[in-house]
Write a protein that binds this ligand. Structure first.
Ligand code: FEO
Ligand code: CA
Ligand code: CA
Length: 727
């Protein structure tokens, strides 16, 4: 989804200095093709699943691709390979209880706290036995937990969104259309369908009571009028990537939450304290308009809380919402199997624009590692290492939230620094670090302050500014960690302003679109970096890295842009969702793109990755228009063969593909289609001829038919012969 430009800290350009250097060296064109041949071996499924103790990484993937590549397309349809079928399970507005009316999809619907929300995003499947208990092997019945990141707000209202001050009735639809949903699905007559009346169905919204857990619970920074003790908060918002814990709960990452808040044009002076530096670093300058203007809908608390100006007389913020934004930006944990279980925000994992959270290899008696990214231009890659050592018995814990308390409330938070020689370091973010304790940009009070302001702490230690870290996922065979870096319009050959980043070894590209004749070079198409922990241990503080794939058009310059040698069956731009099948070992890559959309809608690809070091060091040398060049060394993974990367799916118009999960047998794959046709002006809502998409109404799903308002939706994909997906 939309990116922000927040990291204007001056510090860590030393990465760039190390990695990229101005020179007059000539272009090197020979380095890419020297990739080592990967050693292929068998990869045991038993060696990868949650809860096992295997610590001997197998080097090679199990699967090869067994489908014909789908061609790029700009049609308003969802395309899957020959021999596969896709159908909509549920979409925006579908009722989640028997008392709620069917969705009319004409802007008149209300009660979104009892309906499927908007902008489906990260998602995981949780199996249910026939009698409705947790069953990790169940393939006929289960729960899908999924995020509802944002809104196509104009389509929620009959005539589009109204101007500010926003009518309360409109805000009361928009607010609960965000959050998280738990939806029961089951096979009926051989095909999956959702159960509208299931007692498991649940919505978590920006109004749901949530507990703060971990070191920031009760901290001075968390006190609000809603929770003067700083122990609770109200709701979750802009939930993007997600995760599944080894003990069977769902993790949801709060991403672009800061934009929903407003603070007055004189708030800096009213505060006159260090909170101003924190607010600015996290994207809330005084006077900037909020995303939807909910704070303008009335004096009621559910609206007033979006104005975070300091208005109260208290010293601690317990009489206003000056600290409200500190209660967002966390990983949220919920138990999909238990509607009564407390939902918690896990503050030990740090506060930033979260995407997914994935666990490293589980080793009994060793700490757990949780990998995470911060999606804004120039932000960082993080990992959390638990204080508690893994006990495999906890995979079946009866009290799953208590297991979360055990592993996710105490530990160490690290940020990544990528070095030019292909190595890297995890730097602990601790108040005991002199660079943090003495940081000139912000006076940290305690460890909770370090976690609440993780971005500032990462600035202080000189972490590497990345090209928008989106999802991460751990390869079940090798244990290596893959991160999508979706793109970065601020990555520059020659930075000229604050907030721009120079090339470095791990973010080595800046270029123009092949069809462009003018413009500023940047990382248009993104890449996927991967990390091999030293000794394979989650608690390691050193790693090796290379780039699994560089996004590119197939006609991109092979020496500077299309470094992975992508063909027309493989080319993609802006990787975002990323997930490994525990069944096939396939790496699923989803896109949220605006750079290649002249040729194709967003897509999903399947890959068979090798491992870190299977390619070669490569020198890139970009000629400058004024003479000279910018040269940077990077590490390019083995180029994918036609059998090792193929496009599997192309979505309808103006959508993003995000969120992917499967049944344990690998025979049903669930994918989210987010915001088809999201580009619509309020004035054009009355004219279906102006809609960019009518999906999925144009497939016969729901009301509206060929002129329907488009809807975000969850689809199920099966192979017509009943086999495993992708292989
Ligand atoms: Fe919500 Fe960074 O994608
Ligand atoms: Ca995303
Ligand atoms: Ca192009």
């Amino acid at each position: 989804m939309d990116d922000n430009e927040l990291n204007t800290s001056a510090n860590p350009s030393f990465d760039s200095v190390l990695g990229a250097r101005l020179s007059r060296r000539s272009l090197l064109r020979g380095g890419v093709g020297t990739a080592a041949t990967a050693v292929l071996g068998s990869w045991s499924v038993a060696a990868c699943g949650g809860g096992n103790d295997d610590d001997t990484p197998a080097p090679a993937p199990l699967a090869t691709l067994g489908f014909a590549a789908v061609a790029k397309s700009t049609a308003d349809v969802l395309t899957v390979p020959a021999g596969y079928s896709a159908s909509v399970l549920f979409a925006l507005g579908d009722p989640l209880d028997a008392a709620t009316a069917a969705f009319r999809n004409d802007g008149s619907d209300t009660d979104f706290e009892r309906r499927v929300g908007d902008h489906h995003d990260g998602m995981f499947f949780f199996g249910l036995s026939a009698n409705g208990t947790r069953d990790d092997n169940a393939g006929e019945r289960g729960l899908l937990a999924l995020n509802h990141e944002a809104l196509t707000d104009n389509f929620l209202h009959a005539a589009g969104s109204s101007a500010r001050p926003r009518p309360a009735a409109e805000s009361d639809k928009e607010i609960p259309a965000h959050g998280i949903a738990v939806v029961e699905i089951a096979k009926s007559s051989g095909a999956f369908a959702y159960r509208a009346g299931s007692a498991f169905n649940r919505r978590i919204t920006p109004l749901t009571a949530i507990e703060l857990a971990g070191p920031a619970r009760g901290n001075a920074l968390m006190k609000t009028r809603y929770s003067p003790a700083g122990t609770g908060c109200r709701g979750t918002i802009n939930n993007c990537g997600s995760g599944r814990t080894p003990w069977g709960t769902y993790l949801s990452g709060e991403e672009n939450w800061s934009g929903y808040f407003f603070r007055g044009a004189a708030d800096d002076a009213a505060r006159a304290d260090k909170s101003v530096a924190s607010l600015n670093r996290y994207g809330r300058a005084q006077g900037a308009a909020s995303r939807h203007g909910w704070e303008t809908s009335g004096a009621e608390d559910r609206f007033a809380r979006w104005d975070i100006s300091k208005t109260g007389a208290s010293a601690d913020g317990s009489d206003d919402y000056r600290n409200e934004m500190n209660t967002f930006g966390w990983v949220v944990e919920l138990d999909p199997y238990d509607n009564s279980a407390t939902v918690k925000k896990r503050s030990a994992l740090g506060r930033f624009a979260h995407e997914s959270a994935d666990f490293g290899r589980l080793v009994a008696g060793q700490p757990l590692a949780v990998y995470m990214g911060d999606d804004s231009r120039g932000e960082y890659i993080y990992k959390f290492v638990s204080a508690a050592n893994w006990d495999a018995a906890d995979a079946k814990a009866a009290n799953r939230i208590a297991a979360g308390d055990k592993y996710l409330d105490a530990g160490k938070l690290y940020v990544a620094k990528f070095d030019a020689d292909g190595s890297g370091q995890w730097i602990e973010l601790t108040i005991a670090n002199a660079a943090i304790a003495g940081y000139a940009g912000y006076a940290f009070a305690d460890q909770a302050d370090v976690l609440v302001n993780a971005r500032l702490a990462a600035d202080a230690v000189g972490a590497t500014k990345m090209d928008r870290p989106e999802w991460c996922a751990v390869h079940p065979g090798t244990g290596e960690i893959y991160y999508t870096l979706t793109n970065n319009s601020n990555r520059r050959l020659q930075p000229s302003g604050s907030g721009q980043q120079a090339l470095d070894a791990a973010n080595p590209r800046a270029y123009l679109d092949p069809e462009a004749t003018t413009g500023t070079a940047s990382n248009l198409n993104g890449h996927i970096i991967r990390i091999k922990e030293s000794g394979g241990a989650g608690a390691a503080t050193a790693f090796r890295w290379d780039v699994y794939l560089f996004g590119s058009q197939a006609n991109g310059d092979p020496a500077l842009v299309n470094l992975s040698g992508l063909t027309a069956d493989q080319d993609f731009s802006s990787p975002d969702g990323l997930w490994f099948s525990r069944n096939t070992g396939l790496c699923w890559i989803q896109t949220d793109d605006g750079a290649y959309t002249d040729a194709t809608n967003c897509m999903m690809l399947a890959g068979v990755p090798g491992s870190v070091g299977d390619g070669a060091k490569t020198t890139l040398s970009y000629p400058l228009s004024g003479g000279g060049s910018v040269t940077v060394d990077t590490y390019v993974g083995r180029k994918p063969s036609a059998d090792a990367l193929r496009r599997f799916l192309v979505g309808p118009k103006d959508c993003e593909i995000t969120g992917v999960t499967e049944t344990p047998d690998g025979k049903a794959l669930f994918v989210n289609i987010q915001h088809p046709g999201e580009t619509i002006a309020a004035a054009d809502v009355a004219d279906p001829g102006k809609y960019l998409s009518h999906w999925p109404g144009n497939t016969g799903y729901g009301a509206g038919g060929a002129t329907a308002r488009p809807r975000s939706a969850t689809v199920v994909i099966t192979k017509n012969d009943g086999g495993r997906i992708g292989s």
